[in-house]
Design a binder for this molecule. Structure first.
Ligand SMILES: [Fe+2]
Length: 577
């Protein structure tokens, strides 16, 4: 039985296809249409899902959408009535959402089929239940606490749940305008990061700050009785053109969140691309600190209600890997399972699996143990694209390829590593990665000058053999999807120079042979040559969505100063091209 899951008309539109409870394929639309965080209808992703399993839309029994615009309608109406200036906005939004609900017409248009031929049953699932479902149903657990938090979805910003067997029992919700995601975004905007998805950048700035503003920022985010409340005086009112908007072309835009009160307290907001001052760093510090305090406050309360050691988590804020890395010491939870696509693209998987397990009452069988759910390309296709681009290359067997690539990394060269199926979620995890030596002091600058052009304060990430984690990091809990930041042990910091952040931490990816044998062997081969079973791993892209196709990888190799491209079994050097 095929179930198609969708996240549509929301940031990070995506599609996933599930067969008898097994996720066969999943992809975000941005990777296919190259429009970052695309928020329209995921036509290409739907086609890619169907092509990958050799099915037609008429073979699909259920279509599940991770959005339910009827959810909490009373709350929305209540809010609009209390804020009369917003009523017109509210009506417009409802009208727009209604036109987007017609999944049958949207699919028939996208796939060029007649609407009456579509026999599937349609399901709409509340945003945060879909987030929790995307995590819990992929976890190995039969019981867990479920937690989801983000900017907003279906008028809710935070959800707590008890997950047991096939069911997700919602225990609590935090409704808008109170939102930890909005809190974080508001301060990111104030310090000059105004684009949707910039929050992760500012997280890297936080350790450069001091605790100067913690007390002031605490006044914006009050914690009480297992909940939190924003002081709304610091925010522009919800509905006043504030917050996230999806434009008709699918662009996701942020409109200013902060009110004049922020300017009175902290001075002029920083404009993008201007100098970052100590004030901005101190604000980033206070933001991350207060966010973490709220997160632990909520989790400790959740644990009282669901006294389990397992925590299944998703939502855009669950990408805050710094907070995730600390939760073991600040809460009683001992194990986390965080959806690799913790942001909104993950809703497609959550909605599909919820339909299978909770609606259709089918037994649990999925246990996600890797994130390689996207498109792959044949050796023939890659060779054709290399020839088409005029790249000189050689074909190597597995052993010689690993040897050649690791030799290049030992020499401090930068390698574009394109292998197998593309990753699901925002992180490159060794199939669409740029890899190099993690221990060279100038490597961060080299990468930034030649390819990545990122802000000076943003760290690069280490990928480490899972069995070596304990030797290098001060925490043992695995981080397979690069969603935990841990302290690097003092005696190992020099070896990890280029991936050691200013606070001696690393946002690591732990790699097992079962998850990704080729990538594991690459790290191991590099480890044998250098004594360090760790490589630097950053996403294969240059200010664009991560590359998906061989053509995009080859193009990135040719236009940047990447030294080597290892694509499938093919090996190409820049010096020979
Ligand atoms: Fe979300």
């Amino acid at each position: 039985m095929l179930i198609l899951g969708l996240n549509m008309f929301h940031a990070d539109a995506s599609a996933a296809i599930v067969d008898d409870g097994k996720i066969l394929f999943a992809v975000a639309e941005e990777r296919l249409n190259r429009h970052k965080h695309y928020g329209g209808f995921p036509s290409l992703a739907v086609k890619a899902c169907l092509d990958a399993v050799g099915a037609k839309i008429t073979d699909v029994a259920h279509v599940a959408v991770g959005q339910d615009s009827d959810a909490h309608l009373a709350k929305k109406v209540q809010y609009a009535l209390a804020n009369p200036a917003k009523i017109l906005n509210f009506i417009k939004m409802r009208q727009r959402k209604e036109s987007m609900r017609d999944v049958r017409s949207l699919l028939s248009q996208a796939l060029d089929v007649d609407t009456p031929t579509l026999k599937f049953q349609e399901h709409h699932l509340e945003h945060h239940i879909a987030h929790i479902a995307s995590s819990y149903y992929c976890s190995p657990w039969e019981k867990a606490a479920g937690f989801s938090y983000d900017g907003s979805g279906d008028f809710v910003s935070t959800m707590m749940a008890r997950c047991e067997g096939n069911d997700i029992h919602v225990l609590d919700r935090v409704f808008l305008p109170h939102s930890l995601g909005s809190f974080y975004t508001m301060i990111c905007e104030f310090v000059g990061y105004k684009k949707y998805g910039d929050e992760g950048k500012v997280m890297g700035l936080a350790p450069y700050g001091k605790d100067t503003y913690v007390e002031q920022i605490k006044k914006i985010l009050a914690l009480k009785n297992g909940a939190f409340q924003l002081n709304l005086g610091y925010f522009k009112p919800l509905g006043s053109n504030q917050g996230m908007q999806v434009l008709p072309d699918g662009t996701v835009r942020l409109a200013r969140h902060f009110s004049d009160k922020m300017e009175k307290l902290f001075g002029t907001p920083r404009e993008p691309h201007t100098e970052i001052t100590q004030r901005d760093m101190n604000l980033a510090y206070a933001m991350q600190h207060c966010f973490e305090e709220a997160f632990f406050h909520l989790l400790n309360d959740l644990h009282q209600r669901v006294p389990e050691e397992n925590l299944a988590m998703a939502g855009g804020c669950a990408l805050n890997s710094v907070a995730n890395g600390k939760l073991f010491s600040r809460t009683p939870f001992r194990r986390t399972w965080i959806q690799p696509a913790a942001g909104d693209e993950g809703l497609a998987i959550g909605a599909a699996l919820h339909t299978y397990h909770s609606v259709l009452k089918q037994p649990r069988r999925e246990q996600m143990n890797h994130a390689y759910l996207g498109p792959e390309f044949s050796e023939g296709q890659i060779a054709t694209d290399l020839k088409g681009a005029g790249v000189k290359y050689q074909r190597l067997e597995r052993g010689p390829l690993l040897d050649a690539v690791s030799d290049e990394m030992v020499r401090g060269n930068v390698v574009g590593w394109f292998q197998g199926r593309m990753e699901w979620g925002p992180r490159a995890l060794g199939n669409r990665s740029i890899v190099t030596h993690p221990g060279l002091p100038n490597m961060k600058d080299v990468l930034n000058a030649r390819i990545k052009h990122r802000e000076w304060f943003r760290p690069f990430a280490p990928a480490i053999l899972a069995e070596a984690q304990h030797e290098y990091f001060e925490h043992d809990h695995p981080s397979p999807y690069m969603l935990h930041v841990y302290k690097i042990r003092p005696d190992k910091r020099k070896r990890l120079w280029a991936v050691n952040h200013v606070d001696d931490t690393g946002r690591l990816q732990t790699v097992t042979r079962e998850e990704n044998p080729l990538y594991y062997d690459l790290i191991q081969t590099f480890g044998k040559k250098t004594g360090t079973p760790v490589i630097l791993n950053t996403s294969f892209n240059e200010n664009e969505p991560i590359v998906c196709t061989p053509k995009e990888a080859i193009d990135c190799f040719q236009r940047t100063k990447m030294d080597v491209l290892a694509i499938g079994p093919f090996f190409a050097r820049k010096t020979e091209n």
